[in-house]
Ligand binder design. Structure first.
Ligand SMILES: Nc1nc2c(c(=O)[nH]1)N[C@H]1C(S)=C(S)[C@@H](COP(=O)(O)O)O[C@H]1N2
Ligand SMILES: [Mo]
Length: 246
């Protein structure tokens, strides 16, 4: 627990800024090596099968900050939003036997699951909400990953000020974790545009930046090496840990 707090503090001071508020990542080799060691220890001790704590309705936060790049202004996204996402499709492809293109109606017709969990942002805030939608593992099971598939990549509609797209990734065991959710609703209401509409990832076992908003495309790949900076995520490419277990 002490180590966790220490790491959280190091992250929020040394790696200030994962959202709209912060900007620059401070490079500090010593802290990075401590974080790397912590990451290895976490994976060895906890693995990826532990469950995040679930809360009760009375614990739901009255205020849940918005902390990301702005709602996408991408023409495709704006058109979808104007039409209440009626023509939105979640594309699932790559190393799968059965590529998918799922409408919101199809996602809503799949078994729904809910969780009241806490979101922890490395910038030093947490908030609890009820999230519901489709377990990612159900979508993965539908698509049937091929042998050799190792990673699930989430491509989103938003970009940073330089036009660099946000993206995230999980390995198969994290993606198949029962609490890893493709969220369609927060506190009972459809995810609003600034919260990542219509579909966002909610992974309560890892830090906030893993929970990609505005997901448009899920890609199954054997490795992360050839995507963007090669580290598996927008913030990871700038030094954040890929395995961000809490
Ligand atoms: N597509 C996208 N997803 C994102 C981000 C982002 O900038 N773009 N920011 C991440 C970070 S750092 C956090 S803390 C959470 C914030 O989610 P919220 O705005 O719903 O609080 O979204 C995560 N997912
Ligand atoms: Mo964050």
């Amino acid at each position: 627990m002490k180590r966790k707090l220490f790491i959280a503090t190091s992250l929020s001071t040394a790696l200030a800024g994962c959202g709209a508020i912060g900007t620059k990542l401070t490079e500090n080799d010593r802290i990075h090596s401590i974080l790397d060691a912590g990451e290895k220890l976490d994976r060895a001790l906890i693995g990826t099968h532990g469950l995040a704590r679930e809360y009760s309705v009375s614990d739901i936060s009255r205020v849940f900050p918005i902390n990301s790049f702005d709602t996408p202004i991408d023409v495709t996204y704006v058109r979808l939003m104007r039409n209440a996402f009626a023509s939105y499709r979640l594309v699932v492809d790559g190393m799968v036997e059965r590529p998918l293109s799922l409408s919101l109606a199809q996602l809503n017709a799949m078994p729904q699951t809910a969780q009241i969990t806490r979101h922890d942002c490395v910038e030093g805030w947490s908030a609890i909400a009820r999230w519901s939608g489709v377990a990612l593992r159900d979508v993965i099971a539908l698509a049937r990953p091929e042998k050799g598939a190792g990673f699930i990549i989430f491509h989103t509609f938003d970009r940073d000020a330089n036009g660099v797209p946000y993206y995230e990734s999980l390995d198969l065991s994290q993606a198949l974790h029962p609490q890893t959710l493709l969220a369609l609703r927060q506190n009972g209401a459809p995810i609003p545009p600034d919260r990542g509409a219509p579909v966002r990832l909610k992974i309560p076992t890892q830090l906030g930046y893993k929970s990609a908003k505005w997901v448009r495309h899920i890609q199954v790949l054997p490795s992360l090496a050839h995507l963007f900076g090669g580290k598996g995520g927008y913030w990871e490419d700038q030094g954040y840990q890929w395995y961000a277990g809490i």
